[in-house]
Design a protein around this ligand. Sequence first.
Ligand SMILES: [Zn+2]
Length: 549
Amino acid sequence: MKLSQAYKTSFSAVLHIAVLLCYPLVVVASLGIVLIPFFRAYLKETIGFGLLTGLFIAVFFLVSNTSFRRTFLIVSYLVLAFLAFLKLSFYYHYGVKLSASALFVIFETNTTEASDFLSNYFDLKIILLLILFLLPLFFLRKLFSSKSNLFKFREAFQLRTKSLKFRIPILLLIVILGYGIQSKFKAENIFLTSFSSYEEYVITKNILKDNLAKKHSDVFSDVTSEKGRQTYVIVIGESTSSWHMQLYGYHRNTNPLLTEIKDELTIFDSIITPDVHTILALEKILTLSDAKEPNKKSNGSIVQLANHAGFTTYWLSNQRPVGLHESVSTLIGNAATQKNFIATDNYNYDIHDENLFPFLDQILKNSIEKKVLFIHLIGTHGTYKKRYPVAYERFTEKSPNLKYHHKKAISTTNDYDNAVLYNDFIVRTIIEKVRNVDDKSYVAYFSDHGDEVYDTMDLMGHNSYHATPPMHEIPFIVWFSEKYKANRSFSTPKDSLSKRRYSLEDFIHTFSEISDITFKEFDPSKSIFNTEFIKRTRFIKTDVNYDKR
Ligand SMILES: [Zn+2]
């Protein structure tokens, strides 16, 4: 082979290899513009991925054995293509970076079977994306044949690849690239985030398991409560934003039944959830933890507090207890005297909350004197269309006042509003059932978080990355029975009470007050009903002031 010929072959080899290894980066850089919201995030993702690509190319040059070089090239391509695919498909489905908080959603709310999850994940566009990543392997198959001399470029360049002069700069480059990824682009690296977020998830769950799943908690002391018949009901909603509720001024009549008894309700109009993920929100709402101090080491839940106070507790849930991962509300609910998990199907199936009623009737009927019921609804959890029976399909036309006018926004808004309408029926029915018992009772309803349904941005669902107001602003409504009101009243006028600005992270204190339970750590300034109530800074994401974002 003439030298010039050898150079030509070598150039072409280097070009082929560079094209192959840079291809995933090119796809991330081009499709990312469409799929990654916010230009800054797009830039970070692209640069981060570029560094990773550089790292693989540098390591490639260190491999001196020709046949191993071939294997290494194929493996490198597959790894880079897989990571790019994962990144882009995650943005496509969830509109967010594959991150700790995003993975929480999958670990926790996705009680779907793995096979169902995958079949949902791999829709047509995702399959096309997959093909896009497999294409180069087909076109460059020549590169991988054993006759290919494309890998012998080093001999042509007369590179002494084993000499230190060649190796030291490459090793230095690898260290620099590795350091760059670790220090500046850690969050963009899927390996690192997957590992650390899974660890965080397991820690949270273990703390919950050790502290909260037991009947009693050592953290509550000096617990007292009233004697006599009491039936208290906490209804925990799911993904229902106050932004789509008629009671909170939504333009569609999504709450006809609750509006009917509006005067009997205390409707708190300035309530936020401390977190937009079920697991992280409920951990703060139902226990002593809060946004500033999540995962408290010595923690106790309202279920345990009620147990201490001599109540028989019931956890009635329409959320599947075990799925890909055991859900955290299951752990909190585990402390209850009696547990009923009604739903066994995953979220892709029709699950309606009226399935809870026969169980509720039975509990309300029993002769036990002091009861606290926790009802965990499936509420308006996606897929919205599968949360209500046909009879509730009332909103079918294009909603007025839409911010986004595309087909998906129109139909999803209708589905969500129908689900909210059905939820209205569920909450009202629970109130009526408790009214019929004629005890000293209350029904308190709130949602764990809301959903963004194309209200402020072109997005559906919830994630702490965007954390929009519709995800944080939730309904909180309390109804008291006649016997309750005859026994006690709250001295603050209802009007000013309902305007109090509150984060449900302090709910345990409100729960304690309206349930006539006292305990040593009770802080009256954190109970929304108390005369000593103090308006506080509402934190989300540990230290972000929600009202001054
Ligand atoms: Zn939720």
